[in-house]
Design a protein around this ligand. Sequence first.
Ligand code: GZL
Length: 327
Amino acid sequence: MRLVKAVLAASIGAAIALSSSVQAKQITIGFSQIGAESEWRTANTNDVKRAAKENGINLKFSDAQQKQENQIKAIRTFIAQKVDLIGFVPIVATGWDNILREAKRAKIPVLIMDRDLTVSDPSLYVAKIGTDMYTEGRKVFDWLDEYVTKNNIKPRNGGDKINIVILEGTVGASATTGRGNGFNDAMNDSDNKDKYKILASQTGDFTRQKGQEVMESFLKSNRNDIDVLFAMNDDMALGAIQAIEAAGLKPSKDIIIVSVDGVKGIFQAMMDGKANATVECNPLQGDLFFKTAQKILKGESVPKSVFVEEGVYTSDNAAEVFPTRQY
Ligand code: GZL
């Protein structure tokens, strides 16, 4: 009987030691971030690093400086380092199949954050944590149409069309295609679709500088015809505001300005009377990302795609909401 008790005690001891060693083994995650092109991206990066720390993750973080080839190199390095899991934000939607096959051969799970990707085999990544960019685009048009109707906005040039210019995001990025498709579909579904005309649409690559430059070119060719700017992120809208003022026009009055993200800079512009509305795209995805990663590494099943919460903010509620903003 004493032998049985001794064996039982030893095996319980071994089980406790094993479980503590499993718990003690810190998870190592390799994460490839796009770069630092916008206030949104900086907030996203800060939240990833905060959440990794708070979730006890050993984070290997790589900044790709806006280049897909740098992301591919970073993922290959993570594979060589035998990390437990690979996370990345796909700067553009395509061109990932080969490197993700290498990760699959190395039996390293891949979890996507923020932007979406298109692969030939959905098993090349486990899941995606991000935002619903198509709905963000639809929300932009729905807000604009309600604003134009409620305020009885008329074309500045006396014509019969409300003329819209669009500052697009990075070419090939899911945020660009999603928001563009959402905006266009909402317009085409609207009873008021014949009121609007898209005068020009060009990439500003999600940066403030390019947004200003492209808006300057729009104004050069259509100064007195533009009624609305839809900027696919707030940073490009902030650059465009500088161009609009330099052209002697009043942003948010002569030209209605609606954008996406909800960063502090656009809240300040709305409070200054220089922007009209922003559709939130929530960058605070870190906790959801690392909790999902931990589930994956425990062998638990997770949904293929999870969206974080987001709202719409206007110059009417900017001052009230501003103190609560986290990014
Ligand atoms: C959207 C994100 C976009 C932001 C931009 O989820 O990928 O990239 O809207 C950022 O500000 O550059």
